[in-house]
Design a binder for this molecule. Structure first.
Ligand code: OAD
Length: 243
């Protein structure tokens, strides 16, 4: 395929490569995406105002925790797929010049062996105290009580993820911008590129002349501006592209 050959050429010529991933990378692991036409996209079935905003959380913490507990259960049963493995292998072969920046909170990149993943939206597997603000790793599935309580101060815990209206973690956001601004090629995989500020990384890379290669099963708002749109499943295109 001419497009694959072109994409490979840009990747090989790039001293640094940034990879931006979204929920579509985990779709083939059985983890539902938020948007898209799959029929089971989360934001078609649930309200992000109720489940992924600070206002929704403080209105009904138990409801929000039930939803996160369900998602933790789904992800606990899932495994990294060929897309995660292809990226981990590529990163290992080209270390340290490939940086993976993800909007995903499922931890599947890390489980496939990727190192130093820049997690823009936090993790399903961390919890934070709303009283003493300590952050803990918590991998219990299901959680024994909802909402869970802080072991240190008994305050109510919240999921360690970024919700709508919240800022991205500063260190991660700086690392992501640096990766985007210094890359000569960027792979944008399985993201609707609709959520900011993460989606801003793409124009940032382009303004520094990076070639942007999008991999998605469908067109996105980014497609017309990408240098190349490789249509297909991440778990099929990435192993072929990065072998
Ligand atoms: P979305 O659910 O918005 O987009 C997933 C994208 O993956 C869509 O464009 C699909 O077409 C594509 N896709 C689905 N299956 C695929 C496959 N097998 N291979 C390749 N592409 C596939 O997910 P994100 O862009 O990650 O934030 O969403 C960004 C943020 O919005 C999330 O981090 C989450 C959400 O609300 C918060 O909860 C704060």
């Amino acid at each position: 395929m001419a497009d694959l050959a072109q994409a490979r050429e840009w990747l090989d010529a790039a001293g640094r490569v940034a990879v931006l991933t979204g929920a579509g990378v985990s779709a083939e692991s059985g983890v539902p995406t938020f948007r898209g036409h799959s029929g089971d996209a989360l934001w078609d079935r649930y309200s992000w105002e109720e489940l992924a905003s600070p206002e929704g959380f403080y209105r009904d913490p138990e409801l929000v925790w039930r939803w996160y507990d369900w998602r933790r259960g789904l992800v606990a049963q899932a495994n990294p797929n060929p897309a995660h493995h292809a990226l981990a292998g590529y990163q290992e072969r080209r270390a340290p010049s490939v940086v993976i920046v993800t909007q995903n909170v499922d931890g599947l990149h890390e489980r496939s062996g990727s190192l130093d993943v820049v997690r823009l939206h936090g993790s399903l597997w961390s919890v934070r105290c709303t009283r003493c603000h300590r952050e803990f790793a918590d991998e219990r599935v299901p959680l024994p009580e909802l909402p869970p309580r802080c072991a240190a101060c008994q305050g109510m815990l919240r999921p360690g993820v970024v919700w709508f209206g919240e800022e991205l973690p500063e260190r991660e956001w700086i690392a992501a911008q640096e990766a985007a601004a210094t890359a000569q090629a960027m792979l944008v995989v399985g993201t609707s590129a609709a959520v900011y500020p993460a989606a801003m990384l793409v124009p940032l890379a382009q303004s520094n002349r990076a070639k942007v290669i999008e991999i998605n099963i469908e067109e996105t708002p980014l497609s017309p501006r990408a240098d190349l749109h490789l249509q297909g499943k991440a778990g099929e295109v990435l192993p072929e592209l990065l072998k």
